[in-house]
Ligand binder design. Structure first.
Ligand code: FPP
Length: 241
């Protein structure tokens, strides 16, 4: 049964932390932690669908993750390719729309073609939007957004000397089609934003839990949603306005 939650966040963002620690604690290679992390993504999507969430953003690979050993980077991208190959059909059948947020630079042609296909095949789905943030970093996103905005202004000969508004800038963000983040969840006990959706999370409620990402399940998500439902959000104003 779908639980009654009067205040459901329209956009939930998740920093899926703790795959490595989960694997190490079990004496497994880190790649197995990421594999278990991918299974946790499946569970999250199913729980989100049945709860009735509209938009979920997942931090799958950051612009800073390139600093990891090449073997680990390869294992994450191989897993991603395998994930899309094996899950795209069921994802599409469930009415899930896939989006990609992040820079296309440095992503291999193979990875790009899989992501593009997932986005294209699920384009018209509306039951749930899952935004894979891959090669994503907020600072890169904002710099590239400003760059594209100025280039467009120059090309179209508009806005010269005019200050940039938030509305104008937002059109150039990877997340343009999504509402602002209401609830940001980070697993595995860390309390940082790590360059994730900084602009979009300006008024997000931040939920930190100790659960390692591979162990995050429907109950964990429900705890976060229950906590969110009890928050008073003022967006810089006063309560009861
Ligand atoms: C953080 O855990 C996780 C990542 C950097 C990668 C997230 C990737 C997945 C959840 C699986 C990938 C699946 C797909 C479909 C892309 P960590 O490795 O930093 O863990 P640690 O802090 O315990 O070392």
């Amino acid at each position: 049964m779908v639980p009654v939650r009067p205040k459901l966040p329209r956009h939930v963002a998740v920093i899926m932390d703790g795959n490595g620690r989960w694997a190490t604690a079990k004496g497994l290679p880190r790649s197995q932690g990421h594999r278990a992390g991918a299974d946790a993504i499946d569970r999250l999507m199913d729980a989100s669908l049945s709860i009735g969430l509209e938009n979920v953003s997942l931090y799958a690979f950051s612009t800073e993750n390139w600093r990891r050993p090449i073997t680990e980077i390869r294992s994450i991208f191989d897993l991603l390719v395998e994930y899309i190959e094996s899950r795209l059909e069921p994802i599409a059948e469930k009415g899930i729309r896939i989006l990609h947020s992040g820079s296309r630079k440095r992503l291999s042609a193979k990875v790009l073609s899989k992501i593009d296909k997932a986005v294209e095949v699920t384009r018209k789905n509306r039951n749930l939007t899952v935004n894979f943030c891959l090669n994503y970093g907020s600072q890169e996103e904002l710099l590239s957004a400003f760059g594209k905005l100025l280039e467009d202004r120059q090309k179209k000969r508009i806005g010269r000397g005019k200050p940039v508004s938030a509305k104008e800038l937002e059109k150039y963000l990877y997340t343009y089609s999504l509402p602002p983040v209401d609830l940001l969840i980070r697993t595995a006990g860390e309390q940082r934003l790590s360059n994730f959706l900084l602009w979009q999370s300006a008024y997000a409620e931040l939920f930190f839990c100790d659960t390692l990402w591979p162990e995050f399940d429907r109950k964990s998500l429900e705890s976060a949603l229950d906590w969110f439902a009890g928050r008073t959000r003022k967006f810089g104003g006063l309560e009861n306005e």
